[in-house]
Design a protein around this ligand. Structure first.
Ligand SMILES: Nc1cc(CSc2ncc[nH]2)c2nc(N)[nH]c(=O)c2c1
Ligand SMILES: [Zn+2]
Length: 372
């Protein structure tokens, strides 16, 4: 069996799940945080270091790799796993979101999206078929349908049109998808409109995808609005299939997403914030450049087992950061990634041991104190 998802335990109080996702490149234990490697690298981290922090799966981007170096080159290298020397699972996003958020002048047509490359302004036309073909060429284990994510706030008519287009495009992706060693996920859209979200989910479920992504969130809505949509979709999406909440997120959103039946998360936060000195810890977040750390000889996080926390002081990392030294960005990213990976590992263990509600309360109690 190329692709299989097994739910191993469900928290009776919340519905949080612990599971195993079997892929051609290995088994993923869920809930899982997936580091983002947009241009075929998780910034500042080598594959060996990613294995050391127990990263199980990394993300990459169709949009970026299609523009540079091009899927043809990566196919000649033997696919993305060989090209980047990462032999665990890879998930690729379809490019829809990036076309709208990164490229210049884009024009949506029924057939696809016309856009200018953010690299050199060259004109391109991305279609559901091309997005699917590129992901098959990259050889990721999990691929995304080409969807249309709308910016918030948006009116119901605009959201309805994006749902209808997303569904037509999902059918077209499924129609041309051939690789049986790659799972294609449908992406639920519908902005913050309950009926649109339910209709979109039901139509995608009827197409019988092996997993479902929840798109159109973490795009500026409040936490409560995000949680309302998750509460709405949790009972509708098939319990026996994985749920992936795209672009999320901040530690509190991860724990609350797990409590609402989400299995997979990704976010650029740990590496992007790491590079500007913002650190995520069990006791809240802080920025290392603050003067209060000048003579702080302690670790970033006393509860963290990562290389940065075991071997270096906050004072030293602050010095590196202020001097613009690359090691500063590396150590901050290293810690933030390990923190989120460990947070999901802890949630999984708590669910398996029947103590997730206590884990969740303890997390909020410590994280919100901001006692750093
Ligand atoms: N918030 C958010 C984030 C992403 C990027 S997920 C990602 N790709 C690469 C790294 N991370 C989304 N992607 C798609 N296709 N659709 C969405 O609605 C959407 C929403
Ligand atoms: Zn650490």
């Amino acid at each position: 069996m190329m692709f299989e998802f097994r739910v191993q335990a469900v928290c009776p109080e919340t519905g949080a799940r612990a599971g195993e996702l079997v892929t051609p490149h290995g088994i993923i234990e869920t809930p899982v945080f997936m580091p983002v490697g947009t241009r075929a690298t998780v910034k500042a981290m080598s594959p060996r270091e990613m294995e050391e922090i127990e990263a199980q799966i990394v993300l990459s981007n169709t949009y970026h790799l299609y523009l540079r170096p091009g899927v043809e080159l990566i196919e000649k290298a033997g696919g993305l796993h060989r090209f980047m020397n990462w032999h665990r699972p890879i998930l690729t996003d379809s490019g829809g979101f990036q076309v709208f958020s990164l490229s210049g002048i884009n024009r949506i047509k029924e057939d696809g999206v016309e856009f200018s490359s953010h690299l050199d302004g060259s004109r391109h036309f991305m279609t559901p078929e091309l997005a699917t073909r590129v992901q098959e060429g990259l050889g990721s284990d999990i691929a995304m349908c080409f969807d249309q994510c709308v910016e918030l706030p948006c009116d119901e008519e605009t959201a309805r049109k994006s749902v209808e287009r997303t569904l037509r495009w999902a059918r077209r992706c499924k129609e041309v998808h051939r690789r049986d060693d790659q799972a294609l996920f449908g992406i639920v859209q519908g902005a913050l409109f309950d009926d649109l979200r339910k209709d979109c989910a039901r139509e995608l479920i009827a197409m019988d995808f092996p997993g479902y992504s929840i798109g159109g969130l973490s795009v500026g809505e409040s936490h409560d609005e995000m949680y309302r949509i998750l509460d709405l979709l949790n009972p509708i999406l098939p319990q026996e299939k994985p749920r992936y909440l795209m672009g999320v997120g901040f530690p509190t959103n991860l724990v609350e997403g797990v409590a609402r039946g989400v299995d997979m998360f990704d976010c650029v936060l740990p590496t992007r914030n790491g590079r500007n000195g913002t650190l995520l810890t069990s006791r809240g977040k802080f920025n290392i450049k603050h003067s209060r750390f000048e003579e702080d000889w302690g670790p970033i996080d006393p509860d963290c087992d990562c290389y940065a926390c075991r071997e270096f002081s906050k004072a030293y990392i602050r010095h590196l950061y202020r001097s613009g030294e690359m090691l500063g960005a590396r150590l901050c990213s290293w810690h933030n990634l390990r923190y989120l990976i460990s947070l999901m590992k802890g949630a999984r263990e708590a669910i398996l041991e029947g103590r997730f509600p206590q884990f969740r309360d303890r997390f909020h109690e410590l994280f919100s104190t901001g006692k750093v």
